[in-house]
Design a protein around this ligand. Structure first.
Ligand code: AHR
Length: 684
């Protein structure tokens, strides 16, 4: 049975590692032989295997994927308190967060600007430097909008401007007449022949002395597919290149919040962004909810993936919980309405009609609903009762939906679950060494399919990563990931969904802390970026190699003389006390799996050599008439396991495709040191 509970949960519960032994290599005398049995299908490859998981962490959305360039556009950045943080005064203006002059009952704090000293020669107002910079590109139109209310007697005009780091203004737009009532103003600022750069600021100034209030100050660059209120194109393209089949949304801890009041309240994330109150993320910074439920669904549609909808299940991170029974009923109802928002008919259902009003009359596809997130952290073990209540209500209203539990039946915390059998269980693992990931790469192989706890639920590995390297994983992390992925793909009759986590991090100030001054709260993350540039980690490319190169069936592979190395599990501590050291164990240094496209006969053989030395492998194919003499190899390798990618060296490690000759039903190939290979063989 899986060791998830034994290995993973203590780690998540706060264990720390105090020693890691260096791996000792044992020399393999013989060349390993892998026999791919092309006529022995062991499983179907789940068509939904490869997907994405994100949440508002590491400035993933605001300061990341979400197109908004202005930081703290609603003056709440300081974790909920009204705040002018991230705004600076220009020309001696005085800035005051003001709750007496509210835009509406959702955005209750405006920024009062007293520009008493403003003159034509010395305009006064506010400036914003975005999320560690504002990216500007040549010949590009930026859409600005702002709500403004002028004090009685104010006769000035406003100028919106984009300024480079040296103060040079590169685009402006004017708002000539202001109203004494709140009014939204839109403007387009277009750059000329400038050099692309990120250290720019947005300013809003007046040349006339007086007082005004502003709210929802917004600046959008061109977005992916030119969607209004949409996403950053380079990041969307990187995600599209992974060909993901689903998006688990909206979290993670972000679903739960620290307290019930701070959960992801989907209804508050809909409609006009100026009517969204926003909320604090458990990762300790404010979310405007500009990227709300509707935007999540559009994001799915844009990338041709389905949502895996996680509904709030009455538990929040600070052990704040709702009692099953009457107290929980409104939350269950909320989940039913959320499902209706995603899938309901636009004419006959209330929430389907709301979705149509928001811009999407057609229902979105939905097959999976996850009830909560990581409910094993609930120290009172109330999940079973809460899960059962959600399960019964959703199953009755939506019998075709697959329902996911957040506790696996083989975790100790599962002792009181499940009085209802979930369709899937979501398992999370975050080992902090590639050795541990590699040691676990075969753990799905021996799970009984026809008896035992696994006869019911399939597995969703909804969060996992080899956490080696920061802010983004290095090649060691990618090798651990690839070893683990061979196990998931080989067993994808059981593991039907997988998503690496976290997906995104802003690396501008990646000091790894839980406060809004650091751009990263959780290392290691698949994709890194600053305000203008993005890059994929070696783990990103490993994911992409797997998700874009596979067939529809898994083939049996027998192996002889696979080399091992010796992994010494680290000493772990629980509450500061060292636990007994687990014995050293042999771990393979070669990992593999094979899938076949049953229509074309193409075989995809994945090979991972985690050793820092070349590894010859003999590959034999049985059950085929012939193998074409040429094929393709996609290879990613590194000189050192520490090698990695970064903003300044984004493709230091990346896959390279090459033609391969000399193929037949038996051939030998040298795998490079520290490498991941996908061999594509054309067979008949
Ligand atoms: O991925 C980071 C966090 O890890 C998620 O929010 C949570 O579900 C898990 O503990």
């Amino acid at each position: 049975m899986r060791k998830t509970s034994a290995v993973l949960l203590p780690l998540l519960a706060g264990l720390s590692l105090i020693a890691v032994s260096a791996p000792a290599r044992e020399t393999a005398a013989k060349v390993p032989v892998l026999t791919v049995k092309a006529d022995q299908v062991t499983a179907q490859v789940s068509p939904t295997l490869y997907g994405l998981m994100t949440e508002e962490i590491n400035f993933s959305y605001e300061g990341g994927l979400y197109g908004e360039l202005i930081r703290n556009r609603t003056f709440k950045s300081d974790h909920g308190d009204p705040s002018a943080q991230w705004w600076t005064a220009v020309g001696g203006a005085t800035l005051t967060p003001d709750t007496a002059v509210a835009l509406n009952d959702r955005l209750k704090t405006s920024l009062r600007i007293d520009a008493a000293a403003a003159t034509r020669a010395a305009p006064a107002g506010i400036a914003n430097g975005g999320y560690w910079g504002i990216a500007l590109r040549p010949h590009t139109a930026y859409h600005a909008s702002v709500y403004v209310k002028a004090a009685p007697g104010f006769k000035g005009a406003l100028t919106l401007a984009l300024q480079e780091a040296d103060g040079k203004v590169v685009a402006t737009a004017g708002i000539p007449h202001l109203s004494g009532n709140w009014k939204k103003y839109d403007a387009v600022l277009t750059t000329g022949a400038i050099a692309a750069s990120k250290d720019n600021v947005f300013t809003l100034t007046t040349t006339a002395p007086g007082t005004l209030w502003v709210q929802q100050v917004s600046l959008f660059p061109p977005t992916y597919n030119h969607t209004k209120n949409g996403n950053r194109p380079d990041l969307m393209r990187m995600l599209a290149d992974m060909k993901p089949q689903f998006l688990r949304l909206p979290g993670g801890n972000y679903l739960e919040g620290d307290t019930i009041a701070e959960r992801f309240e989907w209804k508050d994330t809909l409609g006009d962004t100026a009517q969204r109150p926003g909320h604090p993320s458990p990762w300790k910074y404010w979310s405007t909810d500009g990227l709300g439920l509707y935007e999540f669904l559009k994001w799915c549609e844009d990338l041709h993936m389905e949502p895996v909808l996680a509904v709030y299940a009455g538990y929040s991170l600070h052990q704040d919980r709702v009692k099953a029974g009457d107290d929980l009923k409104p939350y269950v109802q909320d989940a039913l309405e959320e499902i209706e928002y995603v899938t309901g008919d636009a004419k006959t259902t209330r929430w389907g009609a709301q979705r149509a009003k928001d811009g999407h009359p057609a229902p979105f596809p939905l097959h999976y609903v996850e009830i909560g997130n990581e409910d094993w952290f609930d120290k009172e073990n109330t999940y079973d009762a809460r899960f059962a209540q959600f399960y019964d209500a959703i199953r009755s209203a939506y019998p075709r939906l697959q329902l996911i539990s957040t506790i696996s039946p083989d975790q100790p915390e599962a002792r009181h679950v499940h009085s209802r059998t979930p369709d899937l269980v979501d398992e999370h693992l975050y080992p902090s060494s590639e050795g541990e990931m590699e040691a676990r790469a075969h753990e799905f192989d021996n799970i009984p399919r026809s008896s035992g706890p696994r006869t019911g639920p399939k597995i969703f590995v909804g969060e996992w990563a080899t956490r080696v390297g920061a802010p983004t994983p290095n090649m060691a992390g990618a090798l651990g990931d690839a070893a683990w992925m061979t196990g998931m793909e080989r067993n994808s009759d059981l593991v039907v969904l997988e998503s690496y986590a976290p997906l995104l991090t802003n690396v501008s100030h990646a000091t790894n802390g839980r406060d809004p001054t650091t751009s990263m709260q959780w290392p290691s993350d698949l994709i890194g970026y600053d305000a203008i540039t993005s890059y994929g980690s070696p783990s990103y490319y490993a994911q992409q190699m797997f998700s874009t190169h596979h067939g529809d069936v898994v083939l049996a592979v027998s192996a002889a003389d696979v080399p091992n190395w010796t992994w010494q599990p680290p000493v772990r501590t629980r509450n500061g006390v060292a636990e007994p050291r687990e014995p050293a164990q042999p771990v393979p240094s070669l990992f593999f799996d094979a899938t076949k496209d049953s229509k074309t006969g193409r075989i995809y053989l994945k090979l991972v050599n985690r050793n820092p030395a070349p590894q010859p492998v003999t590959i034999a194919l049985s059950g085929v008439t012939s193998v074409a003499p040429t094929g393709t190899a996609v290879v990613m390798k590194a000189d050192s396991a520490d090698d990695t990618n970064s903003i300044t060296d984004p493709k230091h490690i990346a896959p390279v495709e090459e033609k391969v000759g000399g193929l037949s039903t038996k051939f030998t190939r040298d795998l490079p040191p520290l490498s991941i290979t996908v061999l594509e063989l054309e067979t008949k």
